[in-house]
Write a protein that binds this ligand. Structure first.
Ligand code: NAD
Length: 258
């Protein structure tokens, strides 16, 4: 069995800055020997992503703009990646968005437009991306997305994003069934709260973090490096029998009752 990712290429979507969970995943995959392909939402993120990748100790990464609200952009991005690298062995989907005003107060007040937007960027994009990416996974592959407990249970203020994560979880399972016959596995990591730009948009995020410190079995918040190492497991042959699964990397918080 091969634990190394040397000679393999992985697409990491959603690095915005050094706090991004996607960056933790990129570092773990890089340390395991993988070549990385980064995609970013728009030109504003190009320099930060390139600057971060320049801190890695190999200079073999590739960069593409890909706004996942556009089918054409997704198709074109994977066409470009195919032309440049040929085969990919996995993909990390680390993308979500909801309007800030819908991440506090009551879910009841969610707007039709805000609901659709959160679903489109945070859940449907996984399906659209998987459709294009699978054609490049001719040697089999592993697709990974990032979800959160707020899709399984009610977490105050998470609201419309919780519903989008429930949809993402189901999307992941349906894709796992469709893509298994091509040797492509699809899984999710349910990360505990980590202070990122996206997380800061969730109302009273500090209270969610404090709860993890006080009540999770490990009594500490998780780090993006811990999520990254589980991503490495899911991208490697060690997890070859795992698909359609949600792995909680949350200091064990999800097992707790009251
Ligand atoms: P982040 O803000 O660093 O990353 C979110 C990324 O989504 C950014 O790079 C942003 O550019 C990208 N994005 C948004 N709209 C896009 C679009 N239209 N096209 C392409 N990219 C777009 O925050 P993060 O916390 O690292 O988030 C990564 C993933 O992890 C998200 O799915 C998030 O819901 C999930 N997650 C985060 C936490 C947490 O506490 N931080 C916990 C569990 C799950």
């Amino acid at each position: 069995m091969n634990f190394s990712l040397e000679g393999r290429t992985y697409v990491v979507m959603g690095v915005a800055n050094k706090r991004s969970i996607a960056w933790g995943i990129a570092q773990s995959l890089h340390n395991a020997g993988a070549r990385l392909v980064f995609t970013y939402a728009n030109e504003r993120f190009e320099k930060p992503v390139r600057d971060l990748a320049a801190t890695l100790d190999r200079d073999d990464s590739l960069f593409y703009e890909c706004d996942v609200t556009s089918d054409e952009a997704i198709e074109q991005t994977f066409e470009n990646i195919k032309n440049d690298v040929g085969v990919i062995h996995g993909l990390a989907h680390c993308i979500a968005f909801a309007k800030r005003e819908e991440l506090s107060g009551e879910f009841l007040n969610t707007s039709r437009e805000g609901f659709a937007l959160a679903q489109d960027i945070s859940a449907f994009s996984l399906a659209a991306i998987a459709r294009s990416a699978k054609d490049l996974m001719t040697e089999g592959g592993s697709i990974l997305t990032l979800t959160y407990l707020g899709g399984e249970r009610v977490v105050e203020n998470y609201n419309v994003m919780g519903v989008a994560k429930a949809s993402l979880d189901a999307t992941m399972r349906y894709l796992a069934n469709d893509l298994g016959k091509y040797g492509v596995r699809v899984n999710a990591i349910s990360a505990g709260p980590i202070r990122t730009v996206s997380a800061k948009g969730v109302g009273d995020f500090n209270a969610i973090l404090k709860e993890i410190e006080e009540r999770s079995p490990l009594r500490k918040p998780v780090t993006k490096e811990e999520v990254g190492d589980t991503a490495y497991f899911l991208m490697s042959d060690l997890s070859r029998g795992v698909t359609g699964e949600i792995i909680h990397v949350d200091s064990g918080y999800n097992i707790m009752g009251y």
